[in-house]
Design a protein around this ligand. Structure first.
Ligand code: ARG
Length: 455
């Protein structure tokens, strides 16, 4: 492509470090779309003739068909996707192919292709997050009344419902989806027409190409257009946060699956066996999702370090933007799909969860609240009396609700039989009717709100 200035071919190592076609072939569809829009604009503005533009479009369609059929010849000697497409175009339509690169550089070309790719990846991620929310909501609806222990410090804290717990993730994944949508809105400006770095002397119409490629407007500064990769950083940071949420849910699935907890079952479809221990059923998919955040956050770190300290405008360092970004979105996408499948697949052991919900004196706060409400104790005093009741129950080896009334009355004379009504996990959870609380009716109204939002 630059034979005019060069008389010798590159050293094999030069080619080895420079070549990017093995990975940037994933930008093929975006590269062709960008070229189609560019060629149409060049014809419309009279920069090239409409006859030449028609030839170019015909060649590009043929290339698109070759890509589709898997017959396109990707060749290392043409370095990257942009030059592979252009070289093939020349083979298909002859020297007129050389007119396509008028008023364009690989710098704005790659900035465009990559932005289009990241934009699509963000759209896909948001849609997959919404599908995962759908699976969680369906499960939450079936289990809006299913009691389980709520934890802090992974110690039993207060009874909640399984539906409530699942809906907590619906909130997280909802914010994750909206982060992708926000990032998309900011990145939706078209860099094509910035050319190498300074803009173009040709009478190009950047509004036209921007519109044709689904952008809101062209980017406003040519130097920034070819230098910016913060759209990818933003996509990767949204991906990292989503992966963090996925890893938390994955970890809970791993814990819930242990025989010690025994809260849920996964079918054979989402577990694996052991080659030596016949009894095993392992939650490998959950473990791998828990681990993928390493790769995804690693990609964000990797690209951030590539970009830091780079002078304007384009530097070849920026070719290193693609692998981490592709890898992160591949990992996220697979994690989202696997998690969606796993959530639909998992079945809680309702009896076991309910039994655990009452263990560990989980209704102690309800006793304290009852003392405040019924006997008008200051909360601190109620907390003290309840602590003593828990201590006594522990000594006797019983749950709070099985403590003889006389034992409670020894701590406070005013306590009557009706206190036992608030000491069951079901009563405890049903009482938490504050907005966003765990009472089944609250959970159901959050489920309804989300269903309306996602519809
Ligand atoms: N393959 C290159 C990349 O991914 C395309 C841009 C090359 N531009 C240049 N001035 N060498 O960044």
């Amino acid at each position: 492509m630059w034979g005019g200035r060069f008389s010798a071919s590159p050293n094999a190592l030069m080619q080895a470090i420079n070549v990017s076609i093995s990975f940037d072939k994933r930008l093929a569809a975006q590269d062709i779309a960008g070229s189609q829009a560019h060629a149409a604009m060049l014809a419309k503005t009279g920069v090239i003739s409409s006859g030449d533009a028609a030839e170019i479009q015909r060649g590009l369609s043929e290339i698109a068909a070759e890509m589709e059929a898997g017959t396109f010849p990707f060749r290392d000697e043409f370095e990257d996707i942009h030059m592979n497409v252009e070289a093939r175009l020349r083979e298909l339509i002859g020297p007129v192919a050389g007119r396509l690169h008028t008023a364009r550089s690989r710098n704005d070309q790659v900035a465009l292709d990559f932005r289009l790719w990241v934009r699509e990846a963000c759209d896909r991620s948001a849609a997959q997050l919404e599908a995962l929310q759908g699976a969680l909501i369906a499960k939450a609806e079936a289990h809006a009344d299913t009691l389980m222990p709520g934890f802090t410090h992974l110690q039993p804290a207060q009874p909640v419902t399984f539906g409530h717990h699942l809906m907590a993730y619906v909130e997280m994944f909802g914010r994750d989806a909206s982060r992708f949508r926000d990032a998309r809105a900011r990145m939706n400006e078209c860099p094509l027409g910035a050319a190498a770095l300074a803009g173009s002397p040709f009478p190009i119409d950047r509004e036209m190409t921007a519109r044709a490629l689904g952008f809101d407007r062209p980017t406003a500064n040519s130097l920034d257009s070819v230098s910016a990769r913060d759209f990818a950083l933003e996509g990767l940071s949204a991906a990292s946060i989503a992966a963090t949420h996925l890893s938390r849910l994955a970890e809970e699935i791993v814990i819930w699956m242990t025989p010690q907890f025994g809260f849920i079952k996964l079918s054979d479809a989402f577990t694996t066996g052991s080659s030596i221990m016949p009894q095993k059923k392992n939650p490998d998919a959950a473990e791998l999702i828990r681990a993928k955040v390493g790769r995804i956050l690693g990609s964000l770190t990797s690209l951030t370090v590539v970009m830091k300290g780079l002078p304007l405008a384009y530097s070849k360092d920026m070719q290193e933007d693609k692998v981490p970004t592709f890898e992160a979105f591949d990992a996220l996408e697979l994690s989202l799909l696997a998690m969606t499948g796993m959530v639909a697949d998992l079945e809680p052991n309702v009896e076991r969860m309910a039994a655990a919900a009452g263990a560990g004196f989980s209704t102690a706060t309800d006793l304290a609240d009852w003392l405040v409400r019924e006997l008008d104790l200051p909360f601190r005093d109620a907390h003290h009396v309840t602590g003593a009741a828990v201590k006594r129950a522990e000594q006797l080896g019983v749950d709070l609700s099985d403590l003889p009334l006389a034992e409670l009355q020894a701590l406070n004379q005013g306590i009557g039989e009706d206190v036992f009504k608030v000491l069951t996990p079901a009563a405890s959870s049903a009482s938490r009717v504050s907005y966003g609380g765990t009472a089944p009716d609250q959970v159901r109204s959050q489920i309804k709100r989300w269903k309306d939002t996602l519809r």
